[in-house]
Design a protein around this ligand. Structure first.
Ligand code: SF4
Ligand code: SF4
Length: 477
């Protein structure tokens, strides 16, 4: 290039240099000035969003201050109720569509599209910015204008959107915030949920069964509650499903058998246990959830509980990640983690035929165990330790696993929109070739068992909990 200018005069070169320099300078400055208004802005807002992302446990719901007598608003009803981080989320979206492609609600034809939820918040921000000079320009209620109740109640809180988003956007916080507004400010929730809230409020369980019947399932097992026998090494948090749902009770019995076989000194709360509050929280009923959590934290403190095991990933997540905000700090284990620990320590001796004789088993990852708490390996380690079983995997597994459709209170709501999520998931699981589906969650158990029934596969396929597979192979089985 220099040869081109070989014979030019130094004066003209100096001028040419100045012209080129100023041209570049203006170009760069104009580009910088344009950046916030163009698509490239997302490189910056996205990087900022990732840098400032929350380091709280995945899907953690912040404690709402219900004592504040001046508060006129709970949850998210309008743009100004969203935190700066939720607004930055909206700015950071690059419309890649990964959240949408992995959303079980969207995949099964429901009106919810997590990408659109975020983009609607952005569109509202942009509209407000464009109208800023107009007299009376103000934020509209997000509900009805930018999002419908059907969209919000379609969410299973599975976290697939959050875990697949490359920009660290937390759709779920926005969705839960909007649900809190519907529930607490407008009492606008699906009709079938009324009985569930009442059951939790009056009986401490969503089935609305007598709280005094919590331990009826264990009459023949001689389980002594902590009020009678306070000495314990670990508390078995039975949970509402484990106490009242016939199928989940079998899993509770299996775990009791395992704990006894391993010589673990465990205690139970019995009739003092209340719903952990998880479902009420995800349905936006923070008031009810905090009442239940407060009761439980008090009871657990009374019996000096430090270590807890539970068969329910929803209770596990809430006890482990959300009870600390209410003064309850415990070491919480999911039963598959404890069983893996006991097997590794040689405290459980399994019987069984040779490798693979019991057939193939495919493991379904529960969202609240996997995406919420990164517990992917313990259930698989337990299944691999069973000599006669062969572990198969579904195409969509671990962090990419499809939800069963029951989270976020969906367990208690009719699924009238689109097709059924549990049927989509059961198709994926049986496509693995396994005839046995292993689960580690009472909600997954219900949804996938229903899926097998609806597909008329009960003669060939079954759904079992990991604990049941182990209990059936203990030497005195
Ligand atoms: S949490 Fe799950 S169901 Fe809800 S929007 Fe995200 S991907 Fe969809
Ligand atoms: S995955 Fe994240 S960046 Fe991509 S469309 Fe969804 S919200 Fe936007």
């Amino acid at each position: 290039m220099a040869r081109l200018f070989w014979h030019a005069q130094p004066e003209s070169l100096t001028i040419a240099h100045a012209v080129v320099w100023w041209f570049h300078f203006i170009l760069v400055m104009a580009w910088i000035a344009w950046l916030p208004f163009g698509k490239l802005w997302h490189i910056f807002s996205g990087s900022l969003n990732l840098l400032l992302r929350s380091h709280k446990p995945s899907g953690h719901i912040d404690k709402m201050d219900l004592e504040d007598e001046q508060a006129e608003q709970f949850g998210v009803g309008a743009l100004e109720h969203l935190s700066w981080k939720r607004l930055l989320d909206a700015d950071a979206c690059v419309r890649c569509g990964r959240c949408q492609q992995n959303c079980p609600a969207n995949l099964t034809g429901k009106p919810l599209n997590p990408k659109q939820v975020i983009l609607n918040v952005r569109a509202h921000m942009e509209e407000l910015y464009a109208n800023r000079k107009q007299e009376g320009a103000e934020t509209k209620n997000l509900h009805g204008n930018w999002i419908t109740a059907d969209e919000l109640w379609s969410c299973t809180t599975c976290m697939a959107c959050v875990s697949n988003c490359p920009m660290g956007i937390e759709h779920l916080e926005t969705i839960i915030g909007m649900r809190q507004h519907l529930t607490l400010m407008e009492s606008d929730f699906p009709q079938e949920v009324i009985a569930v809230f009442k059951g939790m409020e009056n009986n401490g369980n969503p089935w609305a069964l007598g709280s005094g019947k919590r331990l009826d399932w264990a009459e023949d097992l001689d389980l002594k509650p902590l009020s009678v026998e306070p000495e314990h090494e670990i508390l078995f948090w039975i949970g509402c499903a484990g106490s009242f749902d016939d199928r989940a009770i079998k899993v509770s019995r299996a775990l009791v058998k395992i704990l006894r076989a391993a010589g673990v000194k465990f205690g139970v709360l019995g009739i003092k246990e209340r719903c952990c509050g998880e479902t009420a929280r995800r349905m936006g009923n923070e008031y009810l959830a905090q009442t239940l959590i407060g009761n439980n934290v008090e009871t657990l403190a009374k019996y000096n509980v430090r270590r807890i095991v539970t068969t329910c990933p929803h209770g596990y997540n809430t006890l482990k990640n959300e009870y600390p905000d209410f003064g309850g700090n415990y070491e919480v284990l999911h039963h598959t983690e404890l069983i893996a620990e006991l097997l590794q320590a040689g405290r459980l001796k399994l019987t069984g035929a040779s490798h693979g004789a019991g057939g193939a088993v495919v493991f379904h990852d529960s969202c609240y165990l996997g995406r919420y708490n990164d517990v992917y390996n313990p259930p698989r380690e337990v299944l691999r330790a069973v000599p006669d079983l062969e572990l198969y995997e579904a195409d969509r597994r671990r962090a990419r696993a499809l939800c069963c459709g029951a989270g976020g209170g969906r367990m208690w709501m009719e699924e009238n929109l689109g097709s059924r999520i549990n049927l989509a998931r059961i198709d994926e699981l049986i496509a693995s070739g396994a005839k046995t589906v292993a689960v580690a969650c009472p909600f997954c158990m219900t949804m996938l068992t229903d899926g097998i029934k609806d597909k008329d596969l009960t003669d060939t396929h079954k759904v079992v909990d990991v604990a049941e597979l182990i209990a059936a192979r203990l030497s005195d089985a």
